[in-house]
Write a protein that binds this ligand. Structure first.
Ligand code: F6P
Length: 307
């Protein structure tokens, strides 16, 4: 996210525009937590995890009165366009600002879940993938030493992108995703096959949004039949949301942040900037939320072939 903020600031300044940073998202906008920034304010930030602008949930912004205050703050500061970096909740809010008050808004997709349509990848996804894969490699060492069965849960509220790609990268024996519905008896028979064939350590990667209800619940369900295996659960959790971004994420965020300003200058509004087939692509903001982005089913098949 910091790389995207930096790109927005520097592209705006390059085009001789004034640029303001709003801290804590819509909450900060309503409370007037914003300041004019210059190039040095974003120096030494591209490599940092988290967000220098912070983030916050804001119930008030969900109300027309709250949005009225937000718009007034923009007007008071002479701000006529807003670049919103986030996911579908942030984009719904941005769309309302455009519709109700004519504010020019551009969305920049950022979520580790990678579940936004209109872009091949979202900011943060690649970093989360690499963090989770590194953790899985480490878990594999213990699993291998003790011939254990590990159930590893990765993030992805409703989506299996992280699970699918970390599963392949980490050589998982089984990957459970919300998108490819599997019932318990299918899981048990796949696992039995894998364990009998391999006779060694095995890793199951589970997306937190999977219908099994996550790794802990699944381990309880498996205990009666798989009790003879030395089974362990590891929930990777919020480590996946932090850390220095990968080079690929920094480049993606720089491209998208810069494109957001460019398309604003060109007169666009209520669109999200994404990268599709390595080209910047615009998608109407209202098409980006409440939609299910397809996972790559070729990768689902690949994972089955390689396990
Ligand atoms: O949407 C991104 C995400 O990291 C999900 O993968 C996860 O379910 C959720 O956020 C965690 O949110 P919180 O930090 O609010 O618990």
């Amino acid at each position: 996210m910091n790389a995207a903020v930096r790109a927005v600031v520097r592209t705006a300044l390059f085009n001789e525009l004034d640029v303001y940073a709003i801290r804590q998202g819509y909450k900060g906008l309503i409370s007037g937590n914003l300041k004019k920034v210059d190039s040095s304010d974003v120096s030494n930030t591209i490599q940092r995890g988290g967000t220098i602008l912070k983030s916050a949930r804001c119930e008030q912004f969900r109300t027309p009165e709250g949005r009225e205050i937000a718009v007034q703050k923009l007007r008071d500061n002479g701000i006529d366009a807003l670049v919103v970096i986030g996911g579908d909740g942030s984009f719904q809010g941005a769309t309302l600002l455009g519709k109700e008050h004519g504010v020019n808004v551009i969305g920049v997709p950022a979520t580790i879940d990678n579940d936004l349509v209109g872009t091949d990848e979202t900011i943060g996804y690649d970093t989360a993938l690499n963090t989770a894969t590194e953790a899985i490699d480490k878990i594999r060492d213990t699993a291998d030493a003790h011939d254990r069965l590990f159930l590893v849960e990765v993030m992805g509220r409703d989506a299996g992108f992280i699970a699918l790609e970390t599963g392949i990268a980490g050589g998982a024996e089984l990957i459970l995703l919300p998108e490819s519905l599997t019932n318990l008896s299918e899981i048990k028979s796949s696992l039995t096959r894998v364990l009998e064939e391999h006779q060694r350590s095995s890793l199951v990667i589970i997306a937190e949004g999977d219908e099994t209800g996550g790794a802990l619940k699944l381990s309880e369900e498996l205990k009666p039949d798989f009790g003879k295996y030395d089974m362990r659960v590891c929930i990777l959790g919020h480590v996946q949301r932090g850390g220095n971004p990968t080079a690929r994420d920094r480049v993606l965020a720089s491209r998208l942040g810069s494109a957001a300003v460019t398309v604003l200058i060109e007169g666009h509004s209520e669109v999200m900037v994404g990268v599709v087939n390595n080209k910047i692509k615009l998608t109407p903001l209202k098409m980006t939320f409440g939609k299910k982005k397809d996972i790559n089913y070729e990768l689902v098949e690949l994972a089955k072939t390689l396990r």
